[in-house]
Ligand binder design. Structure first.
Ligand SMILES: Nc1ncnc2c1ncn2[C@@H]1O[C@H](COP(=O)(O)OP(=O)(O)OP(=O)(O)O)[C@@H](O)[C@H]1O
Ligand SMILES: [Mg+2]
Length: 289
């Protein structure tokens, strides 16, 4: 009965498999996928995704793809002067009825050799709703990375500031989650929400997922009391995953984002550049195992 069913499915779907779907050659890499996620907005997710990805290329010599699943498209805005023309819409890959499309179809190269990105795509907002109606909606990004992963060492995914379908897709595709958290009580609450979602995903959808670390961002060294209080609170609750590297508040980082350049191009001698370089070194060590 089961084999009858399977041959029936093959017959029904035969036409579909004979269409002119592009076939992508497999590469020789096997990427580690890092989702940069937080339940709260404005905690430094995009700043971290962009500068970590660039630092992994520049200082660790890796080949990196930076995927923006946030409809706000801030990854592109943050490095638009370094992005070469080309690429397409990620939403077209994620919402394709037939499936079988690859993210590598729509990537664009950048001036940083070895760093590719997915261009900004406001239609991802509509894709978020459309995905909600699809069977297997949580696995669409994971499936669109199967061959793409063989062309990169690391794939960094910048998530929107909520735990909706696009973030869930990123977490299901991820090997690791990096959780930026700024020193504010609201951000600390957001960590709880994200860790709850990650454990549900680990139990039901992606047993492979692990937490890379909780990264304190926008740390103002002058505000010693607040920093100590927040760090102590995070140590108590999440000591095992709290990263020793932290990102200080640094105007060059926000100016770089406004100028459309990564921090290493905008101001390589800044504290921001040094902090993201240190983060890349630490992350490289962690993903090597
Ligand atoms: N370490 C830092 N020092 C100074 N400014 C920073 C730092 N990190 C981020 N910023 C600034 O804070 C703002 C929010 O940062 P970012 O866009 O990275 O956050 P986000 O979590 O991606 O936001 P969203 O939730 O909207 O996606 C931006 O203006 C950015 O330039
Ligand atoms: Mg962002």
């Amino acid at each position: 009965m089961r084999s009858l069913l399977k041959s029936g499915i093959r017959r029904i779907t035969r036409d579909d498999s004979s269409t002119d779907k592009p076939v992508f050659p497999r590469g020789s890499h096997q990427a580690t996928v890092i989702a940069v996620a937080a339940a709260k907005g404005g905690v430094g997710k995009t700043t971290t995704a962009v500068n970590l990805a660039s630092a992994l290329v520049r200082t660790q010599g890796l080949k990196v793809l930076l995927i923006d699943v946030d409809p706000q498209g801030h990854v592109y805005t943050a490095i638009k002067k370094q992005v070469h023309p080309g690429g397409g819409a990620l939403s077209s890959v994620l919402t394709d009825e037939g499936g079988g499309r690859e993210v590598m179809e729509i990537t664009a190269e950048t001036a940083v050799e070895g760093l590719h990105i997915t261009p900004c795509d406001p239609r991802l907002a509509g894709a978020e709703d459309l995905l909600g109606t699809r069977l297997g909606k949580e696995f669409i990004l994971r499936d669109a990375l199967v061959t793409t992963k063989t062309h990169y060492d690391v794939i960094v995914v910048d998530c929107p500031p909520n735990l909706g379908n696009l973030t869930i897709n990123a977490l299901v595709a991820a090997d690791f989650v990096l959780m930026p958290c700024d020193p504010s009580p609201l951000a600390v609450n957001g960590v709880d929400a994200l860790i709850g979602t990650i454990s549900t995903i680990a139990n039901r959808l992606n047993p492979n997922i692990d937490i890379l670390g909780l990264l304190m961002t926008r740390v103002d060294k002058r505000n010693v009391k607040l920093n100590q209080a927040v760090r102590a609170q995070l140590e108590t609750a999440y000591g095992e995953v709290l990263l020793p590297v932290e990102i200080g508040i640094n105007n060059s980082l926000s100016q770089a984002q406004m100028s459309g350049l990564d921090i290493f191009e905008f101001d390589p001698k800044s504290r921001g550049a040094a902090h993201y370089e240190a983060l890349a070194e630490h992350v490289f060590g962690l993903i090597q195992g």
